[in-house]
Structure formats: C-alpha cells, structure tokens
Design a protein around this ligand. Structure first.
Ligand code: FES
Length: 488
C-alpha cells in the first residue's frame, strides 16, 4: 500500500528525534556556546536575554526568521519569473541579489536567536533542533555560494544554488514548526488556571522559612487538577507565583532565591518575586501571579486574573446581575429551551420522512432557517449577557461554527441519498450536544443573573425571534443564504 507523504515525514522526524548519535555534537556545541558566556558573565547574560526576548514577553526567534524567509522567497520568485520570461532580466537579477544579501543578514540574526533558545532544549527536541539548524545553515551556505556565483557572472548556477537553498530553508522551517506546534518548544508551559478566584487559605505563615520556596496546591474543579503555586517568604513578605516554569515546566518551588529573584532549577531563569516577570532568560513569559494576604496566621491566596481572561468572579457576577430596566417576559432559558425542543422535533420529522418525499427538502430548508435564527439570537443577546457569569461562551461560539459547517455540508446533499442521512444524523447529534450542554451547564449558571434580569433577556429574545420571523427582508436573506449553501 502507498505510504502517505505525511506518514513519511513523521517517520523521518521520528528517526531524527531518536538518533542519539546527535547528542555528542549537540552537547559539544551547547558547551562551546556556554563557556564564553560563563567567562563573560553579566554582559553575556544581557546579550542572551536580548536574543531570547526575555524583556519582550515573547521569543525573538519567530519574529527574526521572517527576514530570511521573506527575502529569500522574493529572490527565488524573481529568479523564477526571469527564467520564465515574465520579468526583465536586467531588473530582476540585481533585486534578487539584494534580497539574497538581506536574507543572509537576517539568517545570521535568526541563527543567533535560534542557538540561544536551542541550547536550553534536551533530548529529542535538541536533536531535532540541531537538524533544523543544519538545514537552515545549509540554506545560508547555498545562498552565499549563489551570491559568489552571480558575482562571477554564472547566473544560471547561482540561481540553481538559490533554488536549492530555498528547498533547504523550507525543510528547516518545517522542522521549526514541528518543534513549536508539536513539541511546544518556546511556548508557555505555566499553569494558567483562574483558581483560586476568591481568597483561599493555603498554609500557616509559621511554616514558611525565609527564602525557602514552598509548594502549595489549589484545586481547579473544571479541569479536575491540582494547581501548584510557589510561595516565597522574602524580607518579611510572602510572594506567590505559579510553580510550573513558563519556559519548559520546571518546578519553581524546588528552585532557590538569589538576589531577590526566584531561580528555576532547570535552566536558571530568574523571576521577579513581586511581578513574576522573567528578569533573566531563557524564559520570556511571566509567571501566573497571586495576590497574598495573611489572616489569622494563615497565608491566603487569590489568583490575579490576566487581561483578556474571561473568568467568572464575584464582581463580574454582581455587575451582570443588575437589572437594566427592560420589559419583562418569560425567562431567557425557557425561551431557548423551547426553541431547542422545536429544533429537535424538526430533526425527528425529517428523519421519519420517506427518503423520496419532496417535502423533505422544504423541511430541511425550514430547519436551516431556524438554526440560523437560533444562532443569531444567542450570539446577539444571550451570550453577551451570560459571558460574565459563564465560561462556556467561547465553546458555545465554537459549536455554532461547527453547526454552520455541518449544515452547509448537509444542505448540499440530495435528501434521498444515504450520504444525506449520515450527515443529517451528524447534524442532529451536534445540535443535541450543543443544546444539551447549554441546558446542563450554561442555563444553570445563568441563574446567577437573577429572576428579573433573566426575564428582561427573555423578553428581548422573544422580541428578536418575532422580528426575525416576521421581517420580509430577513426572510429573503435567510432563504437566499440557504439556496447559496445548497449550491443552487
Ligand atoms: S524550565 Fe527552563 S528555565 Fe524553567
């Protein structure tokens, strides 16, 4: 049986990751980089921080690699256009050469930042990183060769070298993507649970020792996990930050305090006790922070939520539950459950109809329109109202997208075919899942809004439902959309 390209590439990457013979050269290079830095001391640490991106909150390497990729791709494209006669030789060749030079400069910067990050990897990541660097180094070498050949008037050979370099760069980029997206090198490894949202006692103050990090745990019921927090008593004050290092997950509670910083025992990142910011790399990402107070001799913690986190807190619930003076109707959850039931009945009717029944298509269109209405009223009114009191809204939005995709696929099919049956069942299951999870979780959480606010939202939902069904313009728009999805 033919092997898929993906499996071939995965097998190749797996072989590289398992090649232990790459370790001796890998560690030799790592040591060769570390020695001068150790001799140089603080200036080398500052340079290292700049190369990692410690002060920018983000690794520098992914930003810098765009320079050689962009410049060398431009050169490759110009060469190609000139060879195809689509660009004038006289104009394309000098621009391509300039792009090759600019790309080479960018590649040196990319190599410096990449090496700085790579030396703090281990095992399979270190091996793959080494081959990633070799591929990109090959690309740089070939492009320098290309420039030399072009300088001697051997344009054809120069272009061949650039084309080969572009291929090597592409392979290097693939491995780099694997390192980040599959192996999570350079991504955030800290636990960013929102717990504890309210003050929680964790340990008697008397049990803490000056500058001796201590691990405590709080429960995150949503993910059913204990979250580790590193406590440090320093100069009479208790500081707290996530115990899992954002760089690669090292245990900060097993680290030590040096010059008022908490040092990670794995790669030596130093974190400010006050802010959780990395002061020295390789880490670039701040640690999760916790507010600390002492009550009755106990250390109490509360998570300092991060900007953009949509975490339900007592304050947000209180704000969301304030009635807004709107008209009252049925409760929002009652209105939506009723609509869920209607959708379920429509599915049952379509499923029970004979396949050849021409009304099946009409009912399918009616179902599509009701699904559209349902999505609209939830997106416009219900989700914004419950967002402060429910963390399910992001998932609900994702499920709407999933339903819309499935609906679009189903509408394109002939209603008399087995494929339609299969897709209809899948769509029915997706709607059931979405409605069921709202009914089991989100609607229960919506109770926190209080009876009056729920009735205000319910009234607005019913008014919008009525408007959407009655409006000729909206009817026409929905019908057109369904026809377009059908491919008619
Ligand atoms: S895990 Fe690398 S510095 Fe903490």
């Amino acid at each position: 049986m033919a092997r898929s390209p993906r499996r071939g590439v995965e097998a190749l990457i797996g072989r590289i990751e398992a090649t232990e013979s790459l370790d001796p050269p890998g560690y030799a290079i790592g040591n060769a980089l570390a020695r001068p830095a150790q001799i140089a001391g603080r200036p080398a640490q500052r340079l290292g921080n700049a190369l990692h991106g410690t002060r920018y909150g983000h690794p520098v390497h992914p930003m810098v690699v765009t320079l050689p990729i962009g410049a060398w791709t431009l050169a490759f494209g110009l060469d190609l256009l000139a060879m195809l006669g689509l660009a004038r030789e006289k104009r394309a060749a000098p621009v391509a050469e300039t792009a090759l030079r600019a790309g080479a400069l960018g590649a040196v910067a990319a190599a410096a930042t990449g090496l700085a990050d790579w030396q703090y990897t281990d095992g399979r990541d270190r091996r793959l990183g080494l081959v990633h660097a070799l591929a990109n180094g090959t690309a740089l070498g070939l492009n320098l060769l290309s420039l030399a050949l072009r300088g001697r008037g051997r344009l054809g050979e120069g272009r061949a070298a650039s084309a080969a370099a572009w291929g090597a760069m592409f392979a290097g980029g693939y491995l780099g993507g694997h390192l980040v997206y599959r192996r999570r090198v350079g991504t955030d490894h800290a636990d960013r649970s929102p717990e504890p949202r309210e003050w929680q006692p964790v340990v008697p103050l008397a049990e803490l020792r000056e500058d001796r990090p201590r691990r405590v745990e709080v429960r995150d019921a949503n993910i059913r996990q204990e979250i580790g927090i590193a406590l440090v008593l320093h100069r009479g004050r208790v500081h707290a930050m996530g115990a899992r290092c954002s760089h690669a997950g090292g245990p900060l509670d097993q680290g030590w305090v040096l010059e008022g910083r908490l040092v990670c025992p794995w790669h030596g990142s130093r974190y400010c006790l006050e802010s959780g910011q990395p002061i020295d790399g390789p880490s670039t990402i701040p640690q999760p922070r916790y507010a600390v107070r002492i009550r009755d001799g106990m250390v109490e913690l509360r998570r300092e939520q991060e900007p953009g986190d949509e975490v339900v807190t007592r304050e947000r619930v209180a704000q969301a539950a304030v009635p807004q003076g709107g008209a009252l109707g049925r409760r929002a959850d009652e209105v939506l459950v009723e609509h869920h039931m209607m959708l379920r009945r429509m599915f049952e009717r379509i499923e029970a109809m004979p396949r050849e029944d021409p009304e099946r298509r009409d009912l399918m269109r009616a179902l599509a329109e009701e699904l559209e209405i349902h999505e609209h009223i939830e997106d416009k009114l219900f989700y914004p109202a419950v967002r402060p009191i429910s963390e399910d809204v992001a998932i609900a939005h994702a499920e709407h997208r999933q339903l819309a995709d499935l609906l679009a696929m189903t509408l394109k099919l002939n209603t008399a075919t087995p494929e339609f049956e299969e897709h209809l069942r899948a769509l029915h299951a997706a709607v059931d899942h979405h409605a069921g999870s709202e009914e089991r979780s989100m609607f229960r959480e919506a109770e926190r809004l209080g009876e009056r606010r729920l009735r205000e939202i319910g009234h607005a939902l019913e008014a919008l439902l009525e408007e959407m069904r009655a409006s000729r313009a909206r009817q026409a728009f929905r019908a057109l959309k369904v026809r377009l999805l059908e491919g008619a």
